[in-house]
Design a protein around this ligand. Structure first.
Ligand code: PEP
Ligand code: MG
Length: 561
């Protein structure tokens, strides 16, 4: 850019560049503060149930008009409108005299707070809940359901948060880009925008203050929103975007370095919806299915039959491709109410992951039994791994149970420094390992991964973390076993080169990141990746490591970063 500009910063969740005029999505109708109290609870309950049913069936009716991958999102939102827990919470309020819109508002808030407290993936489901609330309240007030205004010309949509159902129904020819003030990288909105190929930036502070009609340039890769760029700057931005698109144009098929060294490129998933969406993309399978996301928010443990049904569907969606399923990694930031071992001073260092599985053996046994049953039902290349393994005893105990359940390929995650250091012994026990760079960085650098202020320490370019990855790969080589990466680091097109150079054989990431990583690998030989790996591990600081690798990289890569 030639001159300083007002720039808003958010999280880029769907790559690409869009330049266009802002159209703000008006906020939904709030509940009526002065509505009368409910005196006839039976008819109020009937009225609200009818509105909820209309919302659910309206969403289902739209399923026929949206692309295949968007249907599951509409279905999930419709299911939320019919959720007996939510309906029950509304009924309780109506019975005690609360007015109809207030009852819907308060009951949804109760659930939203619960989801938000659970954090991570569940917190991002709050958007779906709010969508149900806004649609239902509008119906109760006799208004149209809220949403994106009818567009007559192409525009950049700006909203507090977009309901996934709205995003799913968007017309790509009219919606050039999406900016939201709320939302997160794994929200349905983000996933859908990436699938639709609409550049999107979420969690953008200041977005709601943008006046309608303002020209903005949305960079869905960097998360930058440039306000009122000049014509020259717009041309520059578009030219860069075109170069990026051209670099990605031929990015398809199996991952490999320029000289043909294969690196499997896989998708990280957390739900059945994610599985279906990812399977529809050009990925070689899933390298991480975070199964705990299936159970967060549930009050009792799912049965073996329930779990079998879900795993079978996940496996079926990938056909004969690889699916690496991780057993429950609950605890710490992902608590499960039915697997609560009580308060802990330091939950991240407490009984989480496999430790919880051993503390409540039924939980692990049931999950392994369900995975074994799902395996027998399908043709997928199923591999199962345990989170948070630190010792050989843990790996042995897990491997024994998993093999007894009939699972053909048993692995561990390497995300505790002890496991990285002892990978040679661990990989003699199991069939493969997958490095969780998120936790490996947290535990190596003693920096809480939820603490934004410690981003420098959590940087996976830290040479100490890279050295542990190197050591993990060496343990794999000694045993002739594969070691992959499934933490966020694998989705960085530059760092991916280092990981491959260190000996990693597969990279699993948010599916939208696969094309850039694939293109990056295709620009560099294995030998160059190995040189990059030595340079990065040999650097003194994370900044030096990244710079050293950038200096060795093909100039063409810049456009993908
Ligand atoms: C990791 O720690 O890198 C990982 C992939 O697991 P999670 O992010 O689910 O803890
Ligand atoms: Mg982890």
């Amino acid at each position: 850019m030639t001159q300083a500009h007002a720039v808003l910063h958010g999280i880029g969740v769907s790559a690409g560049m869009a330049i266009g005029n802002v159209v703000q999505v008006p906020p939904a109708a709030p509940f009526s503060p002065d509505e009368p109290a409910t005196t006839d609870s039976a008819s109020a309950i009937e009225k609200v149930h009818k509105a909820l049913e209309q919302v659910a069936s309206g969403l289902e009716a739209r399923m026929a008009t949206v692309p295949e991958h968007a249907r599951a999102v509409l279905e999930a939102t419709a299911m939320m409108a019919r959720d007996p827990g939510l309906t029950g919470a509304i009924d309780t309020r109506l019975t005690s005299g609360t007015g109809v819109t207030r009852a819907v508002h308060d009951a949804v808030e109760e659930f939203a707070t619960m989801f938000a407290n659970l954090g991570g993936y569940m917190a991002e489901r709050v958007t779906d809940l709010h969508d149900v609330r806004d649609r239902t309240i509008s119906r109760l007030l006799g208004r149209e359901e809220p949403g994106v205004p009818k567009l007559t010309s192409p525009a950049v949509i700006v909203a507090h948060d977009l309901a996934p159902a709205e995003t799913a129904a968007m017309d790509k020819k009219l919606v050039l880009g999406i900016i939201t003030a709320a939302g997160g990288p794994t929200s349905h909105t983000a996933i859908l925008a990436a699938q639709l190929g609409i550049p999107a930036v979420v969690k953008t502070s200041g977005a709601l203050e943008l006046p309608n009609g303002t020209v903005v340039a949305v960079n869905g890769s960097t998360g930058e929103v440039i306000i009122s760029p000049s014509q020259v700057e717009q041309d520059e931005l578009l030219e860069r975007a075109e170069r990026r698109a051209a670099a990605l144009k031929d990015s398809h098929g199996s991952g490999a370095t320029k000289d043909g060294h294969a690196v499997a490129l896989l998708a990280n998933i957390g739900t059945l919806d994610d599985a279906k969406a990812a399977a529809a993309q050009d990925v070689e399978g899933s390298g991480l299915f975070r199964t705990e996301f299936l159970f967060l928010g549930q009050s009792s443990a799912p049965t073996v039959a329930e779990q079998t049904a879900i795993y079978t569907e996940v496996l079926r969606s990938f056909g004969d491709r690889r699916v690496v399923i991780r057993t429950l990694d609950a605890g710490a930031d992902k608590p499960l109410s039915f697997a609560n071992l009580g308060e802990e001073e330091n939950p991240a260092l407490g009984r989480r992951g496999i430790r919880l599985g051993f503390a409540i053996p039924q939980l692990l046994e049931d999950q392994l039994a369900a995975l074994g049953a799902a395996h027998r039902e399908t043709d997928a290349d199923l591999r199962v791994m345990a989170p948070m393994i630190a010792t050989c005893e843990e790996a042995e105990q897990f491997a024994e149970s998993a093999r007894a359940a009939g699972l053909p390929s048993v692995g561990i995650m390497i995300e505790v420094p002890a496991a990285a250091l002892r990978s040679q012994d661990l990989l003699a026990i199991v069939d493969f390992a997958s490095i969780g760079t998120n936790d490996l960085s947290q535990y190596t650098m003693a920096a809480d991964r939820m603490e934004g202020e410690l981003a420098n320490l959590l940087d996976p370019w830290q040479p100490a973390v890279l050295q542990l990855i190197q050591h993990s790969c060496a343990g794999g080589q000694t045993n002739d076993k594969k070691v992959g990466v499934c933490g966020e680091a694998g989705g960085d097109p530059l760092l991916a080169l280092v990981l491959v150079g260190l000996g990693v054989s597969s990279l699993s990431m948010a599916p939208g990141k696969v094309p850039a990583v694939r293109a990056s690998l295709g620009m560099h030989t294995l030998e160059l990746c190995q040189q990059m790996a030595s340079a990065a591990v040999g650097a003194r600081t994370a900044t030096d490591a990244r710079q050293a690798v950038l200096d060795l990289a093909d100039q063409e890569l810049n456009v993908l970063l």
